[in-house]
Design a protein around this ligand. Structure first.
Ligand SMILES: Nc1nc2c(ncn2[C@@H]2O[C@H](COP(=O)(O)OP(=O)(O)O[C@H]3O[C@H](CO)[C@@H](O)[C@H](O)[C@@H]3O)[C@@H](O)[C@H]2O)c(=O)[nH]1
Length: 243
């Protein structure tokens, strides 16, 4: 980004929810620092008492990078993705907030694109999308691809949000916008991503998109199960009736 980064006086709070991400978190943090050399940012890890000892690794990373650059805001047990973001947001000191997964499926190499896009467009939200030219998904089996595609097509058809990827979570928000929208969200699990973006469009916020390729995790396993799919369908009906 060259000169643009030097002129960028914003601060970015990167919120990373973790549950059993011991094998991924160090590489992720390394890559974030590598790809944002001239950017003012903090990383906020919201760990839900991961039994694999994710917090021990985060503490080691704090000793390397500093507790002002990596904040650990733990919760005692697994309480869901939506509330993990809310928890992280409470501790964010930046005027922009990035939300991304810990498992490297959201590659930090895209972070400069999010920042550049926001600065060029003045958007309130920049959302990573797998479903435009230049974006994609790598490493999912057919069932997972169909689930994601189906969830998006269903939501596009019923809710008309004008955003191509409703269920992705790699996003940059103006902090004030995130605080405003998050307060009206009721979802706690994965459906939270869709609710956020639908409510933001209904409130008239300006949303830009950047293509990303989502690469399935190498280490650990997805926490997306059948119960999350049922919750998604319930959430979709709820949004249909209330927005
Ligand atoms: N703190 C906390 N973190 C959690 C929890 N559940 C999951 N996470 C963390 O949230 C991130 C995403 O979890 P995954 O289980 O890896 O998600 P996924 O199945 O790959 O789903 C991804 O893609 C979906 C779209 O297809 C997204 O909807 C979803 O948010 C996520 O980005 C990871 O960093 C994981 O450790 C929780 O209850 N609490």
């Amino acid at each position: 980004m060259g000169n643009e980064q030097k002129e960028n006086s914003n601060k970015y709070s990167i919120i990373i929810p973790t549950y059993n991400e011991r094998l991924n978190i160090a590489l992720l943090v390394y890559l974030i620092f590598k790809h944002l050399p001239n950017v003012n940012f903090e990383i906020i890890v919201v760990d839900d008492g991961s039994p694999d000892g994710t917090q021990d690794i985060v503490k080691q990373l704090q000793s390397v990078y500093g507790e002002d650059r990596i904040l650990l805001r733990a919760r005692p047990k697994k309480l869901g993705l939506g509330t993990a973001y809310i928890h992280g947001l409470k501790h964010a000191s930046g005027n922009f907030v990035v939300i991304m997964d810990a498992d490297l499926s959201h590659h930090p190499k895209y972070l400069p694109n999010f920042i550049k896009k926001q600065m060029e467009t003045g958007a309130d939200i920049v959302t990573g999308t797998r479903y435009v030219k230049g974006g994609g998904v790598h490493g999912w089996n057919l069932m997972r691809k169909l689930t994601s595609r189906g969830a998006n097509v269903l939501a596009q058809t019923l809710l008309w949000p004008g955003v191509s990827d409703l269920t992705g979570s790699f996003r940059l928000y103006r902090k004030s916008v995130l605080e405003d929208v998050i307060g009206s969200c009721v979802s706690k699990g994965y459906v939270f991503q869709m609710e956020m973006i639908v409510r933001a469009t209904r409130k008239g916020y300006n949303i830009a998109e950047v293509p990303i390729t989502f690469v399935d995790r190498v280490y650990g396993s997805s926490k997306l199960g059948g119960s999350e799919i049922v919750e998604y369908l319930k959430g979709l009906i709820y949004l249909l009736l209330t927005t």
